[in-house]
Design a protein around this ligand. Structure first.
Ligand code: ADP
Ligand code: MG
Length: 253
């Protein structure tokens, strides 16, 4: 494969991305490419820029310099490319640390809302698809409840089903288990593992190193807004090359 063929197949391609919050240089010359079906895990200390990095991919953050292509559509500095952004948002699903469910809607209605509004499907189609997705994340029996009646782990699985209802080409996860009680982390990681197995393209920020080792095709270590090291999980966890990666792993493992 030539380099340009390889590039045109990437779902995400980030080139020399720079992002500032005022005088704070949060992302520094980030180059990142994600291929279809790849699972990329981003690790790094708190404040290193991980959230900002993935939020740039679906336009939740503007950047000052560089270029992002998502599924063939260009995002440009200073929020230029608004049309592309609308399309990107319908193709990129995101799950956050806080579940952000609509509290006044039932679980089922949380899942059907966006497809009904944006995809123009019928209520029957949306309802069937919601049942299927809730079944897939193991909470079909909770469809008529409201978010506040569910555990954190169940709420996060609703958030996952809701994102999947848009049939995304890419899923972004920002510390999806960090707000959960320990006994609920496993059920959310299981649902994500299953999604990875089915071939979903995923970019995941997590502190769950065991999970990262198991599901990642590639692990990226971000240090103070820079990609310090990028390699297979085996290589990152067993023989990190960069001193900064070694320091971080010594603190968290
Ligand atoms: P991480 O997700 O790795 O913990 P973030 O991407 O949230 O890091 O933050 C990176 C840096 O940018 C931190 O220093 C943080 O304080 C700063 N930051 C994040 N969001 C904002 C914002 N909206 N305004 C100003 N500074 C911000
Ligand atoms: Mg973060």
């Amino acid at each position: 494969m030539t380099e340009s063929q390889h590039e045109s197949q990437a779902i995400v391609r980030m080139r020399k991305l720079n992002k500032h919050f005022g005088s704070l240089h949060v992302l520094k010359n980030i180059d990142l490419e994600v291929m279809p079906g790849e699972v990329v895990v981003i690790i790094g200390a708190s404040g290193s820029g991980k959230s900002t990095l993935i939020r740039c991919i679906n336009g939740l953050e503007e950047f000052q310099d560089g270029h992002i292509m998502v599924d063939g559509k260009d995002l440009l500095p200073h929020g230029k490319g608004a049309k592309a952004l609308q399309r990107i948002r319908t193709e990129v699903g995101m799950v956050f640390q806080q579940f952000n469910l609509f509290p006044h809607l039932s679980v089922r209605d949380n899942v059907t809302l966006a497809p009904l509004k944006v995809r123009g499907v019928t209520a029957a189609q949306a309802g069937e698809s919601a049942e299927r997705l809730l079944d897939r994340v193991g909470i079909r029996d909770q469809a008529d409840k409201y978010p506040s009646q569910l555990s954190g782990g169940q709420q996060q699985r609703v958030a996952l089903a809701r994102a999947l209802a848009m049939e995304p080409r890419l899923m972004l996860f920002d510390e999806p288990t960090s707000a959960l009680d320990p006994e609920m982390i496993g059920e959310v990681l299981d649902a994500m593992r299953e999604l990875a197995r089915e071939g979903m393209t995923m970019i995941i920020v997590t502190h769950e190193m065991g999970f990262a080792r198991e599901v990642a095709d590639r692990v990226i270590y971000v240090h103070k807004g820079e990609i310090a090291e990028e390699a297979t999980p085996e290589r990152i966890f067993d023989s990190p090359q960069d001193e900064r990666t070694r320091g971080f792993l010594a603190r968290v493992l």
